[in-house]
Design a protein around this ligand. Structure first.
Ligand SMILES: NC(=O)c1ccc[n+]([C@@H]2O[C@H](COP(=O)([O-])OP(=O)(O)OC[C@H]3O[C@@H](n4cnc5c(N)ncnc54)[C@H](OP(=O)(O)O)[C@@H]3O)[C@@H](O)[C@H]2O)c1
Length: 326
């Protein structure tokens, strides 16, 4: 089978496509014939050696796939050969086949295609966990999403609207904000042009926002936190703008607002609380089937153009998701 390989950590430009050996399903594992693989920001970080985990080279990036079960290992009861499934992995998805933990794969709901199914695991999994488990977002509350047209950001907009929150989307271009509005954001802020804090004050008439979803970091985190409402929850999701400069917050700010800074680490949550993660996906699948949720696909690329797909993301051009189709 063919796979995109990182043989030397450092730059996404080093990726190559090569023929590698077919995979076997060990105990508790499944082999999936990959039909689509969602691309995420951490795929870039792992190739650059800047992510929390560092797989030994050579490895294939790619943390979420949709496809058909090719083989099941001993002890796997909920899946069988031929099932249409989607699921998450640490890495390995940029390939024609992948092996993963069976308990991280779920049946694709009827009517959902492989591309859509490959685009929801990490982004919707993260944003649902953040908004529901970590922030306890309630209908009627105000939710501010930074980087709102990115992968996790647009999922947060979609889920926030579905949960009945009033969503304020913040992003860097008019095109990005137009997609956020189409996903139900009732207010938008172009933070490349306007002052984030002033606009939040204006939109909320000085009250502030109840929940802030921040996958961007950098210069936006502190002004956003200064705009939080009493009892607010600030979700620390990521640092897409600059992973080398993690924002620091004066601790008087949460004190003054009776507000909480809440960490979100979906990957660790899936391993520590797999049953809760499965429940989250069951709830979301119903929302996808009833049309309350829908992932936005920016573009699809073949394996041979994986570098271009990652480049689009690194250059901040992606709206929603890019998907590789082997
Ligand atoms: N905590 C968790 O469990 C978890 C899970 C998944 C992902 N993450 C993290 O969340 C972040 C976003 O991931 P994603 O897959 O949604 O990425 P993405 O699709 O590329 O979105 C990131 C957004 O950040 C904004 N941004 C600002 N400065 C940027 C820069 N210099 N380079 C790239 N983007 C920049 C962009 O929006 P504008 O152009 O509108 O500013 C972009 O849409 C990453 O840091 C990722 O590691 C965390």
């Amino acid at each position: 089978m063919r796979a995109v390989l990182c043989k030397e950590v450092g730059s996404i430009q080093n990726l190559v496509v090569e023929e590698v050996a077919d995979l076997q399903a060990a105990k508790g594992k499944v082999v999936i014939t990959v039909k689509a693989c969602g691309v995420n920001f951490p795929d870039i970080l792992v190739c650059e050696g800047k992510y929390q985990f560092k797989p030994p080279v050579p490895f294939s990036p790619g943390g979420e796939v949709a496809g058909i079960v090719k083989a099941v290992g001993e002890g796997v009861n909920h899946l069988k050969v031929g099932d249409r499934v989607f699921g998450g992995l640490m890495f390995g998805g940029f390939a024609e086949e992948v092996v993963g933990d069976a308990n991280m794969f779920f049946p694709i709901p009827e009517g959902m295609d492989f591309v859509q199914a490959s685009a929801i695991m990490m982004t919707y999994g993260t944003s649902y966990h953040a908004l529901v488990d970590r922030a306890n977002l309630q209908a009627g509350e105000t939710l501010l999403v930074l980087g709102a047209a990115g992968g996790v950001g647009l999922a947060a907009v979609d889920i926030g609207v579905a949960l009945g929150a009033k969503v304020i989307a913040a992003a860097s271009t008019a095109d990005k904000l137009a997609v956020c509005q189409a996903f139900g954001a009732s207010e938008v802020i172009n933070y490349a042009q306007d002052d984030l804090k002033d606009r939040i004050k204006e939109i909320t008439q000085g009250r502030g926002v109840d929940v802030i979803y921040d996958p961007v970091g950098g210069v936006y985190s502190e002004p956003a936190f200064r705009s939080i409402a009493w009892n607010g929850r600030f979700l620390v999701v990521g640092f897409a703008s600059d992973g080398n400069n993690i924002p620091k917050l004066p601790l008087n700010l949460p004190l003054l607002k009776g507000a909480a800074v809440v960490g979100v680490f979906w990957g660790s949550f899936t391993m520590r609380e797999p049953k809760k993660n499965m429940q989250n996906f069951m709830a979301m699948m119903q929302m996808f089937q009833t049309g309350k949720l829908k992932a936005h696909i920016h573009a699809t690329y073949p394996l041979e153009r994986a570098v271009e797909a990652l480049q689009e993301m690194a250059e901040r051009r992606v709206i929603g998701k890019v998907v590789l189709v082997p």
